[in-house]
Design a protein around this ligand. Sequence first.
Ligand code: ATP
Ligand code: MG
Length: 413
Amino acid sequence: MRYSELFGKTSKQIPKDETATNAKLLTRGGFVRKEVAGVYNYLPLGLLVLDKIANIVREEMNVAGGQEVLLSALQSRSNWEKTGRWKSFDVLFKVKSQFKAEYALGPTHEEVLVPIVRDRVSSYRDLPLYLFQIQNKFRDEPRAKAGLLRGREFLMKDLYSFHTDESDMMRYYDVMRASYKKVFARCGLSAIETKAGGGTFSEFSHEYQVICEAGEDEIIYCPGGDFAENAEIAKVKEGKQCDLGHGPLKKVKTIEVGNIFPLKDKFSKAFGLTYKNKEGRDEFVIMGCYGIGISRLMGAIVEVLHDERGIIWPEQVAPFRVHLLVISDEGLVISQAEDIYNKLTRAGVEVLWDDREDTSAGEKFADADLIGIPARLVVSRKTGKDKVEWKERDKKETGVISYKEVIERLKGG
Ligand code: ATP
Ligand code: MG
């Protein structure tokens, strides 16, 4: 992609109405534009990142046997009344139609999915079943000042699992735990699996927490890796010695990027979701649910991986693999840059080429740092024929290498 043609350019202005680092950097970088508080539009660069994260999540859910669906955002009021959540769900958006009807604007999808599954599952042979979607959720959050971390409209992956009994649900719960670890590692983050409360219908749940000062959660954990609990529920105190001798437990601020939850029969009971067991008796289906905040994950990556100059995307979710700058207005140098752009593109490398003619070298370097693509290539009068300067976004060193080596490095990595 030629930067001169890209819709959504960088901006030097720090957005006045943003306090969160992720919102400031993503807005200045041309990734997003705020619509209203807690609601963001994704411009082409931003959508490239969001889609990469969503695809990592989708791949891992498919590996875990999930089948993808797309459920409605406008939801039946009467189903929300059946579970009592029309009144009790504190951040539910309610939408009035001009034709009298009222809808819930989906913050989560148990009320939609459980009735669908009830009509299609009748026997133990139909179970287990794993359904997921990647879709915008709506929540009337009181504070929406943290950019992508807390949206009123945001992208979530939600998977729901359906089982004959609790032990099968717990078997799949462990499958999801393993999938979640892979998802966050592939997104370049280290997420701590943290024990949390289970609300009214379960003793526990697990949250995936990324250490970050900008987070709204707090956890108490052992840096040796054998213990982590949400500070809200934890009985132990910071400073207590870890039982396995790893030293004192620490309390840190975190961002919750995902959580998994045994729902048991709460929603099956509300909607009469039963199956016939081997003896022909009706039993309630046992459920689990598993969420990942995909847009929050994008915000969390920016919060954790940036410096004073801009974002530092991990390779797997970067909008492009390499950022090519041409620093000269001489025809020969420009044609050299064009040549490497074509070679990289043909080799299947995603490259953003800053081909602007009216922009200084300093501005191009600053923009490359702000946008945060993992590798930067510079073609200038100094680099010479078939050579290019290579620099990684998170390193200081630069070096001049041949085109051939560039392609080898990029294809290998
Ligand atoms: P939180 O405690 O942060 O409000 P939650 O416990 O309400 O989150 P769930 O309802 O389980 O979260 O949603 C699943 C995932 O969706 C969360 O782990 C989080 O990553 C993400 N998420 C929840 N609320 C928001 C929001 N308002 N904006 C962005 N992502 C969100
Ligand atoms: Mg919430």
